[in-house]
Design a protein around this ligand. Structure first.
Ligand code: BGP
Length: 477
């Protein structure tokens, strides 16, 4: 039996992709609200196109999303029916601090999440709370320029302290920032950055990175002070870079690209900027805005566990322009000729999960938590609304099988597994509803039409069995 009896099986969502209710309960506007569906989405999430308000030309899927704001009780009941031990969700910052820089929180927002956590407790589900999952109050972007400004650390600190204080005893598992390394690839989504004409973009990204890393360490400190039972983790968009072949230059290139992702976790887990990063930034004349006391704060407040998302491995090759490319989680990579791909072109590599787990565990020697994994696919419901999603079951079974091997055969310590989008929700990358990950179908389409009715898919019963047998029975019968 690879998994202990308290292994945390469950599913994951993010506020902006499922809640909706963007203007309810005193909530303020956030970057994630004004990101539309369609061709402008990518330039906006990467900070290349300034778009900080709604207009009539676009559809904004986060406004209503799947309306979990009104359906959360029904949705939690379905998660409980599957036997979830943990539910990963995020807090919408602007429900708690609508502008972001207020001193006092919005009570209605705090009460909203408190009710959810109490219901989780009643159902025997531990919440795993991401403090920020790609969201940043619009006011903080307009007035302060997002995370390039050090004042953001104070605003985030206020948010974190408010949450740890209010939810003490109700929440024990926390993540500071979702996919922190994503800020290098989707800077508006990851750090509220919109680039100014002629600005040194790399410099802006590393300012933001330092500020987020400080904020993360500060939250870890405060969370531990408020409740020593709190377990606080970092979160990486993972997936090892493989060298394209054994040419030493490609091997070296893969190592460099892995460094670009891992340096965030090196800081959060080992407590110190790695030399490879400091040397590179020095060469590129990029400054980290380190002030007295910063390095000590980072050193003293490392995380309790390392969590990550895994959708696919990646491939590195020098002279990349000559290589075929495949789509992936926000950024593309060289195509791996040995792998199949999803309908969205993301390559499928279950063994890559075991490889990635080993890389991360070898490096940090801390418990891991897989907090996202899954297949975005087109589902075709029958006339009763039922989806026979054998493709999703096959994807997940193959990944869970490799995850078991990493634990059983390689000795990786793993706290739990929460599959991504346990209920269909809006895609972060594309804004589509038709890219579905869930065990539960939600009747809503890419233009916002549909009844929002929830219907369990075939994978719902399958995952229920997986949890009930603690991962022993992965068969699809
Ligand atoms: C990760 C995000 C999630 C999620 C997932 C799937 O980057 O943390 O928010 O959406 O990827 O990506 P997509 O929604 O683009 O299919």
């Amino acid at each position: 039996m690879p998994f202990s009896k308290d292994f945390l099986w469950g599913g994951a969502t993010a506020a902006n992709q499922c809640e909706g209710g963007y203007n309810l309960g005193g909530r303020g506007l956030a970057n994630v609200d004004v990101v539309p569906h369609g061709k402008d989405r990518f330039p906006i999430i990467t900070g290349e196109m300034k778009h900080l308000d709604f207009d009539d030309q676009h559809f904004y899927p986060a406004k209503e999303a799947i309306d979990m704001y009104h359906h959360w009780k029904e949705d939690l009941a379905l998660f409980a029916e599957m036997g979830f031990k943990i539910y990963r969700m995020s807090i919408a910052w602007t429900r708690i601090f609508p502008q972001g820089d207020e001193k006092e929180p919005n009570e209605e927002g705090l009460a909203f999440y408190e009710e959810i956590f109490k219901e989780c407790q009643r159902l025997g589900i531990e919440p795993l709370v991401t403090i920020t999952h790609f969201d940043c109050p619009i006011h903080l972007i307009k007035a302060y320029g997002g995370w390039r400004n050090r004042k953001m650390v104070d605003f985030y600190e206020n948010l974190a302290r408010t949450l740890f204080t209010r939810y003490k005893g109700l929440v024990h598992y926390w993540l500071t920032f979702n996919e922190i390394n994503m800020l290098l690839h989707a800077p508006f989504m990851g750090a509220g950055l919109v680039f100014e004409e002629g600005e040194n973009k790399e410099q802006a990204k590393y300012l933001a990175a330092h500020h987020e890393l400080l904020a993360s360490a500060l939250a870890t400190k405060i969370g531990h002070e408020i409740d020593s039972e709190n377990k606080i983790g970092c979160m990486l968009a993972a997936g090892d870079y493989y060298p394209y072949d054994c040419h030493p230059e490609n091997v070296f290139e893969a190592q460099q690209q892995n460094h670009d992702n891992l340096f965030f976790i090196d800081v959060q887990s080992r407590g110190k900027y790695p030399n490879y990063l400091l040397k590179r930034l020095e060469r590129e004349e990029i400054e980290l805005p380190i002030q007295p006391g910063d390095l000590e704060l980072l050193a003293k407040n490392t995380v309790d566990f390392v969590s990550f998302s895994y959708y696919a491995s990646r491939v590195a090759k020098v002279a990349e322009q000559d290589a075929d490319k495949s789509a992936g989680n926000i950024f593309e990579s060289v195509t791996n000729p040995y792998l199949e791909a999803s309908e969205w072109g993301w390559q499928i590599d279950p063994l890559g999960l075991r490889i990635t787990m080993n890389t991360i565990y070898d490096r940090y020697q801390k418990p891991l938590f897989i907090v996202e994994n899954g297949l975005g696919a087109i589902d075709k419901p029958d006339s009763d609304g039922f989806v026979t999603d054998d493709y999703r079951i096959a994807y997940m079974a193959a990944h869970i099988k490799e995850m078991k091997k990493a634990v059983e055969l390689d000795g990786v310590e793993l706290m739990g597994y929460t599959s991504w989008g346990c209920i269909d929700l809006v895609s972060a990358g594309t804004g589509e509803m038709s890219k579905r990950y869930g065990f539960i179908y939600v009747d809503r389409d890419d233009s916002g039409e549909g009844t929002l009715k929830r219907t369990p898919k075939k994978s719902f019963e399958w995952y229920k069995k997986v949890i009930a047998t603690n991962g022993e029975d992965l068969t699809n019968e």
